[in-house]
Design a protein around this ligand. Structure first.
Ligand code: SER
Length: 392
């Protein structure tokens, strides 16, 4: 199951069941949206989940690129990426949660060939506002898939206010075919979550209260890269066919340990997508997220060897990424932005090292030192902290 076949299997399955395939939105929400980047498949569909009729009908399917800065600290593990793609299906006030779960089970088992003995699910166990999700519990029990009820892990929201609801998460056993599944999703990390089916039927208000949405919806989301990892029997997203050019070309260029390789690969790929979407490095907003990605990957590269430069980056990596995300910005402009930022960061570090080599900065730095370094020399605190461990 390579990337293309996986994508097609998912979208065909839903199209055959009356869903309209819609084009994924850009990573950049409209100016009226306070969120910097699109964070999930449902995000651009919020007005339709809230009741506005969608021009393509009540059943939708798509593939949506997403960026989550909340996961930045987890990047480097085997499943989290800064930019990832979400396979999504929606019922806008049409069919209910049971139908969605039954189709989900069918697709995983028959479409993707995951043995049913390697599935486990969780459902909402109820709290003081909403009762337990007995409908989902019964549906799974009828299917014969083991179920674990939880509370916090089975409530989905996109923020403190707005559409939300109980969900059912589907986990796949990744402990290997020779090791029979053990434990439950909350007790054994070898159960990896691949798909979330949300019964999005409430709105959360500022005061924490819930009211029903004008229509009950279903919103499902499955991380493409994580699914590929499971289907291809790999230990991490980086070992799937999606990252093939990266795993082939980067180690030839730079000798990196596994955690550094993952950070460099994730941040470069995400940086290329964000630049391809038209964002440029700045000190605020989206541009600052981009700046942090590029500076963090450069810091990782330069920790071992300060002569490493992005001008050595094979063009194929940029081309492959732009191509995969159907971005038309062109390889040279994207490389140009990366190299400009490398140049700017290198100069800032040189200036910083000159300043920090003064005797007054030898020992522990005070709050006042950090303020002075920032206000007078333009050296942000996290940079100063990082620089003291960086030889350049
Ligand atoms: N909105 C849910 C999620 O992001 C399902 O799409 O997990």
């Amino acid at each position: 199951m390579d990337t293309d076949r996986t994508l097609r299997t998912f979208t065909d399955f839903y199209v055959e069941r009356g869903h309209h395939l819609i084009t994924g939105s850009t990573l950049l929400p409209p100016p009226s949206d306070p969120v910097l980047f699109t964070t999930s498949g449902m995000h651009p569909l919020t007005p339709y989940l809230e009741g506005r009729p969608h021009p393509r009908g009540r059943r939708l399917v798509n593939v949506q690129r997403c960026l989550r800065t909340t996961d930045l600290d987890e990047v480097g593990d085997s499943t989290h990426l800064t930019v990832f793609e979400m396979l999504g299906s929606w019922s806008l006030g049409d069919y209910g949660h049971s139908q969605s779960l039954r189709w989900g089970f069918e697709l995983l088992r028959d479409g993707f060939g995951i043995p049913e003995g390697q599935l486990y699910v969780t459902v909402f166990g109820g709290d003081d506002q909403v009762g337990p999700d007995t409908e989902s519990l019964c549906t799974w029990e009828e299917s014969g898939v083991p179920v674990e009820p939880t509370v916090e892990d089975n409530w989905w929201s996109n923020g403190p206010v707005g559409p939300c609801g109980p969900d059912s998460e589907i986990f796949v056993w990744t402990g290997g075919d020779d090791t029979p599944p053990e434990g439950t999703p909350t007790t054994d990390p070898r159960w990896v979550e691949v798909w979330n089916h949300v019964s999005m039927r409430y709105r959360r208000h500022e005061d924490g209260s819930l009211t029903p949405l004008s229509q009950p919806n279903i919103d499902t989301g499955m991380g493409l890269e994580r699914l590929l990892t499971v289907l291809q029997g790999r230990d991490s997203v980086y070992e799937t066919d999606l990252f093939e050019p990266w795993t082939r070309l980067l180690p030839r260029l730079w000798d990196l340990d596994e955690p550094s390789f993952r950070v460099v690969c994730d941040h470069l790929r995400s940086g290329v997508v964000v630049i391809g979407e038209g964002v440029r490095p700045t000190n605020t907003g989206r541009g600052y997220v981009l700046r942090r990605l590029v500076r963090r990957l450069l810091t990782t590269l330069w920790q071992r060897d300060p002569t490493r430069t992005l001008s050595d980056l094979p063009r194929e990596l940029v081309e492959h990424t732009l191509d995969h995300f159907r971005l038309s910005g062109g390889t040279d402009p994207v490389l140009g932005v990366l190299l400009d930022e490398e140049d700017r960061f290198g100069k800032l570090l040189d200036r910083g090292h000159r300043v920090l080599s003064q005797p007054r900065y030898r020992g522990r730095l005070t709050e006042e030192d950090y303020h002075y370094l920032h206000d007078t020399h333009g050296l942000p605190r996290d940079l100063v902290v990082g620089m003291r461990s960086l030889r350049r």
